[in-house]
Write a protein that binds this ligand. Sequence first.
Ligand SMILES: C[S@@+](CC[C@H](N)C(=O)[O-])C[C@H]1O[C@@H](n2cnc3c(N)ncnc32)[C@H](O)[C@@H]1O
Length: 297
Amino acid sequence: MGQEAFHQYYQDLYGDRWRELHAALISPVRCTVAVVNPFCRDHAWRSKVSGTASPEWDAILLPQIFSEVPFPAPSTFGLELYPYYLLDHASAIAALLLNLTPETLYADFCAAPGGKSLVALFKQQGPVAALLNEPSQDRCRRLKSNLSLYLPSNLMKDVTLTSYDGRRFGLHRPDSFDTILLDVPCSSERHVLLDQNELAHWKPKRSKLLGELQFSLLCSAFSALKKNGQILYSTCALAPQENEKQIERLLKKRPGQVEVISHPLLEKYFEKRPYGYLALPDQQGMGPLFCCLLKKN
Ligand SMILES: C[S@@+](CC[C@H](N)C(=O)[O-])C[C@H]1O[C@@H](n2cnc3c(N)ncnc32)[C@H](O)[C@@H]1O
């Protein structure tokens, strides 16, 4: 029942594209990239993974992103810090949209396990005053452990970890942050498709219910953002209800106070949606990931 309803729902949304998109979503091939940790100064690990690394993304992203899979799961290789973080290529690109500086205050409201914030901190390569929030205790522990595996202790002193519901920040920290990453909980259809139990229990109202949480988080982030600050809203959902429709709702609720902005990386690697950009595995070879950069006027 759930499976049939799922296919019908996404067939209606994606039409003829659904067949190929579905095949790409259930395919084991994923575009995982290894983002090199600039804080790990010892490069001895490279000889241990040589042969798997290809500097394919050199020119376009960080100087050191390698993209061939299977790439070995990271470990310390006898070093103090883990030398690279593995994540989907679309997520790495999204993280590179965040411009963190030593003068600005950065927040990640839904932070665990921490991949995108780590890549943003790798890009900055120096101290950033950051608040990383994750309400789930288990996931917060994982976030904390990842931070200590990848960041030197002198950087950690500028990072604050909290465990609140992200919907509270708008009220409790209004006009506070220069940059907010809002990588919200979402339908994660790829995971649903790969889990027979989840698929059997899937219901069309899933996106609607998550959409309410996502919109509350987006409004909270908007209130917590300083003037001229930026929010990066992202999901790994396919449903427009969780993606561009949320942006549309915010634009309607705050007319003239918020604008969608573009970025060359999004133009180049993602497809344009009515609001924001989407990367899907059938055409972009990565994702699913929806991203929208918003600026507060
Ligand atoms: C897509 S994941 C974040 C992934 C993370 N940004 C990364 O790149 O590694 C969404 C996270 O939001 C958290 N979350 C769920 N409800 C939340 C809420 N009300 N406020 C803040 N975070 C929430 C989930 O526990 C989950 O860890």
